[in-house]
Design a protein around this ligand. Structure first.
Ligand SMILES: [Fe+2]
Ligand SMILES: [Fe+2]
Length: 192
C-alpha cells in the first residue's frame, strides 16, 4: 500500500539515529572493502607502542592462521587455499619489518650471526610457502608439511621473543626503541 510505504519512509526520516546508522554502516562497508585488508594487517603493529610488542602480535596472528588451517579437513580445499594466502600476506609483511629494520638494527648492535641466522630461517619460511602452494591441499602430505612448518616457525619465534629481541631492546635504550618502532611501522605500511 502506498500509504504504508510512505509511512515507513517517514519513520526513518523522522529518526536521525536510524538514518545515521544506515549511512555509517554503508560508509564503513565501503571503507572496509577498499582499505580493509591493508588496515587490518597494518593495525597490528601501528597501534602498538613498541616494535617488539607489534611483532609479538603478528606472531600470535600467524599461529591463529595455523590453528585455522589445522582445523580444516582434506576436502576443504578452497578454505585451505584461502588460509595459505592469508599466511603468505601476514608473513610477507612481517618479514619486511624484521629483515629491513629489526635485523639490521641487531647487526648494528653486535648481533650479526644471530641476525644472519634469522634471515636464513626466513628463507625456509618462503620455501615452505612455495612448496605448499605447489602441492594439492587435499594431499595428506600437505597438512603434514603445514605441521612441520609450524614447528619450525614456533622455534624461530621463541628465539626472537625470549632471547634475541629482549637483547636488542636492552641495547637500544628508550630513544633507540622509539626510532626502531617508527622505522619498522613505516616499512610494514609499505609492505602491507
Ligand atoms: Fe623472524
Ligand atoms: Fe618474527
Amino acid at each position: 500500500m502506498p500509504f504504508n510505504i510512505f509511512a515507513n519512509r517517514r519513520r526513518s526520516f523522522d529518526n536521525p539515529a536510524l538514518l545515521f546508522g544506515a549511512a555509517a554502516a554503508g560508509f564503513a562497508a565501503g571503507l572496509f572493502a577498499n582499505f580493509g585488508r591493508k588496515a587490518a594487517v597494518q593495525s597490528l603493529t601501528a597501534l602498538k607502542g613498541e616494535w617488539d610488542e607489534g611483532l609479538k602480535s603478528e606472531h600470535r596472528l600467524t599461529m591463529k592462521i595455523f590453528d585455522a588451517i589445522e582445523q580444516t579437513e582434506e576436502q576443504d580445499i578452497a578454505r585451505r587455499k584461502t588460509l595459505l594466502v592469508q599466511l603468505q600476506h601476514a608473513l610477507a609483511k612481517h618479514a619486511v619489518e624484521e629483515e629491513n629494520v629489526v635485523y639490521p638494527a641487531m647487526r648494528d648492535h653486535g648481533q650479526i650471526e644471530d641476525a644472519d641466522k634469522l634471515v636464513h630461517d626466513h628463507g625456509y619460511v618462503k620455501q615452505y610457502l612455495f612448496d605448499l602452494s605447489e602441492m594439492e591441499p587435499d594431499d595428506p602430505a600437505w597438512i603434514a608439511k603445514v605441521r612441520t612448518f609450524r614447528a619450525d616457525i614456533e622455534a624461530h619465534v621463541r628465539e626472537e621473543e625470549e632471547i634475541l629481541f629482549p637483547r636488542l631492546k636492552a641495547a637500544l635504550g628508550d630513544e633507540g626503541n622509539a626510532h626502531i618502532t617508527s622505522a619498522m611501522n613505516k616499512a610494514g605500511f609499505t609492505a602491507a
